[in-house]
Design a protein around this ligand. Structure first.
Ligand code: FES
Length: 196
């Protein structure tokens, strides 16, 4: 059951952490500058709703990858588990350390377990779509059973060092063991990752 939180279309379970909960784990100044300038190349006409309910320019769907922190998604984000939409929101933090007790959402356990990853793109990629996506097109994140987060829709990955990847299809690691983080390399099969 998804409870409304922070706006008409923003709905995530009540105990879920959001991008803003991880300000200390990201370069807030850099991301704020990018959002002001539209540096991700997405359109800025459509209006989105910030986590604080103030209208802001919608600049596309982003996933920030902070140093040793969760995947911080903003934009028009839908998260699907076992065929059910469990979050339809503009701001959510998804676990990428593999240790959250509230998967697919981050619950802060990455700090407890000492998750250590620089948040840079170590390999992998997102595959470009065939057609130019609409400027306000949502991205669907499908949580594969005991597997990665499957990207279905336009998304820009912004790494901690400013590295970028853009596309409409791909697989993001959520077991914490991939050698091509933030993308999946299939290691979850070797480690026996359990998403529940
Ligand atoms: S990344 Fe935060 S609990 Fe896994």
């Amino acid at each position: 059951m998804v409870a409304a939180r922070g706006g008409e279309r923003a709905a995530v379970p009540a105990n879920v952490k959001m991008r803003r909960d991880f300000r200390d784990e990201r370069d807030e100044t850099r991301m704020s500058d990018e959002r002001r300038t539209g540096a991700n190349g997405a359109g800025s006409d459509a209006q989105g709703t910030s986590a604080g309910n103030a209208p802001t320019a919608f600049l596309g769907n982003l996933v920030e990858v902070p140093d040793s922190g969760p995947l911080c998604l903003t934009g028009r984000i839908r998260v699907e588990v076992a065929g059910e939409i469990v979050a339809d929101t503009d701001d959510v933090a998804l676990c990428r350390c593999g240790h959250s007790g509230n998967k697919p959402f981050c619950d802060g356990s990455h700090r407890r377990v000492g998750f250590d990853d620089p948040g840079v793109i170590q390999g992998g990629r997102l595959v470009p779509g065939g057609e130019e996506p609409a400027p306000d097109e949502p991205v669907l994140i499908v949580c594969a059973a005991n597997g990665p987060l499957l990207v279905r829709g336009p998304l820009t990955v912004v790494a901690a060092d400013g590295g970028r990847a853009q596309g409409t299809k791909g697989a993001l690691c959520r077991c914490g063991a991939s050698s091509t983080k933030p993308f999946c390399d299939g290691t979850h099969k070797d480690t026996g990752f359990q998403a529940t």
